[in-house]
Design a binder for this molecule. Structure first.
Ligand code: NAP
Length: 343
């Protein structure tokens, strides 16, 4: 077997553990190191995931010459610092979504990757999964005719806790950045594919939202208008569970995707439903996949490493910049500016 890409993880939170398990099932990666702000958390994580090298600071991991790629999974406001520092240390970077808090931070991270000649991808794992590839093929092939309307929702109900990052404005909490970013990225992907591109940028962004007592957006919606008069309805939240589905309506029927974001974490089939006019039951399209979702993401990094950015539909740099700009506009529409952004 060819030599495996050696990974180091920055942060030992919830998704870092999920990624570590996925990486263990990847075709190309090897988990070499983990770093935490505390030695204890690094050792604990290292023991659980069988990681050879455990560091009590992020700097120490970046100084490890044997680490080739770094996965950044801190809260959003720390992504920019650690993605940039990883690039400066000559490491390839997979950075959790959203890549930064706003378009300005995204630009700085991409510039660092360009300057230091390293790979960089924003970690929208669903873009690496064959279900998304199939969805693109169906839309591109015109199976539902001309695309007119897209619905995308990602919204869950998390009980309020004092120490929860998603309710904490100093950690850029709220739904739009945490999971609304999936909805913007999916609508931009589908609107693009429907008009012969890899992704599209909205001409108009209208948004409404509810800001809770901590100041973060607890639920919000947006309507986007794209070239070709494609309209997207997006819904997100951290204080209400919604259907978490994607539907694409065209002139000859519609497609629904019941599990668009996390099709199957540990591999296995997923399904897309095709609703045609005059048919009482939808046609079920089964997408088979033997790979783990986050393993596929790590394999995407390894596959595209030499190009320095991902091949669509995985997130390219311009796709990331467009997504962050759309999120900026959605947040502006609902009046959500974090205090630390004002400084
Ligand atoms: N792609 C996906 O499926 C997915 C799913 C969930 C989350 N995410 C993204 O991943 C990121 C982390 O989410 P999570 O749910 O894993 O968060 P989490 O459980 O709160 O973990 C975040 C980790 O970041 C580190 N950290 C560094 N500075 C911190 C600070 N000031 N306060 C708190 N933690 C700090 C901590 O690790 P140490 O203590 O070890 O330093 C902490 O465990 C977010 O940006 C989120 O959007 C992606």
């Amino acid at each position: 077997m060819a030599e495996r890409l050696t990974w180091g993880l920055i942060g030992t939170g919830r998704i870092s553990g999920v990624f570590a398990r996925g990486l263990a099932h990847s075709r190309t990666g090897k988990l070499l190191a983990v770093a935490s702000r505390t030695r204890e958390a690094a050792d604990r994580f290292g023991q659980e995931h069988n990681v050879p090298r455990c560091y009590g600071s992020y700097e120490a991991l970046l100084a490890d010459k044997d680490v080739q790629a770094v996965y950044v999974s801190t809260p959003h406001p720390m992504h920019a610092e650690w993605a940039v520092r990883a690039a400066e240390a000559g490491k390839h970077v997979l950075c959790e979504k959203p890549i930064g808090v706003n378009h300005t931070e995204a630009t700085a991270i991409i510039e660092a990757a360009r300057k230091h000649d390293v790979f960089l991808m924003e970690a929208f794992m669903y873009r690496c999964h064959p279900q998304t590839h199939k969805l693109i093929e169906l839309v591109r092939g015109g199976i539902i005719g001309q695309v007119r309307v897209i619905h995308a929702s990602f919204s869950f109900h998390a009980t309020f806790k004092e120490d929860s990052r998603i309710y904490d404005p100093s950690l850029a909490g709220g739904g739009v950045l945490d999971v609304g970013c999936y909805c913007t990225s999916m609508s931009r992907l589908i609107a693009g594919v429907a008009t012969g591109k890899d992704f599209a940028e909205p001409i108009e962004v209208k948004g409404v939202g509810h800001l809770g007592s901590t100041g973060v957006d607890e639920y919000a919606s947006a309507v986007l208008k794209f070239p070709g008069d494609i309209i997207a309805n997006l819904a997100t939240g951290i204080a209400v569970t919604q259907d978490n589905a994607v539907r694409i309506f065209g002139t000859k029927g519609y497609i629904s995707v019941p599990w668009p974001w996390i099709p199957n974490r540990e591999g296995g089939p997923s399904r897309i439903l095709l609703h045609k006019p005059g048919q009482s039951e939808p046609q079920e399209i089964i997408v088979s996949c033997d790979e783990w979702l986050y393993g596929l993401e790590a394999d995407t990094v390894a596959r595209d490493l030499d190009r320095r950015q991902a091949t669509p539909p995985a997130m390219t740099w311009d796709d990331t910049l467009g997504n962050m700009k759309t999120l900026d506009r959605w947040r502006e529409a609902i009046g959500l500016v974090y205090e630390f952004e004002k400084r």
